[in-house]
Ligand binder design. Sequence first.
Ligand code: UDP
Length: 193
Amino acid sequence: MKETYLGVSVSRYNYEQIIEQLEHRFERHEQSTIIAVNPEKVMTAQRDPVVKRLINEATFQIADGIGMILASKIKGGAIRSRVTGVEMMERLLRFAEEEAHPIYLYGAKADVLQKASAEIARRHPNIHIAGQTDGYEQDEEALVERIHSSGARILFIALGSPKQELWIERNLSRLPNVLLFQGVGGSFDVLSG
Ligand code: UDP
């Protein structure tokens, strides 16, 4: 269920299909990662093999950006609607709330994080925010330990690309109880209003 553009994988799944896949993966205690792909990242991947690898190794590469839809149409692919990082996060927050999966928010400036967190709690009154740390925390060891002991099942990480993806790659196996990692870029800024 993927298409390839200049060597970069893009998932064909829409929001509902991703959530459905995640439900099964959570049942099996399998870890998943979500990365947003847009034409700019496809171009970066042409000159940076690390970026290409990080995209291709993610579980779901969502087609963020109208350019991906155009590319799919031109190449005879099947991707017809965008799956944006911000909307994906919103769907995942709903999933977390309904299924009682604790979330952790990591990234952005302290005031942005605080506002985003308050907005999430306002929109999803039953969600369990297990913890939050701004994106300028320097002690990665301590942070990983904090996330681990928080009991979080879903980690939203907003450090920008490829910083957030590199962080996920370094720490995925050290956080075996975090079953979903989404790199959300500037989404906390969007949520903070
Ligand atoms: N950021 C961070 N720590 C860093 C660098 C960036 O927390 O060391 C945050 C920054 O405050 C902003 C987000 O990462 O909230 C980057 O958003 P941007 O829109 O640049 O990311 P993109 O979506 O373009 O990857």
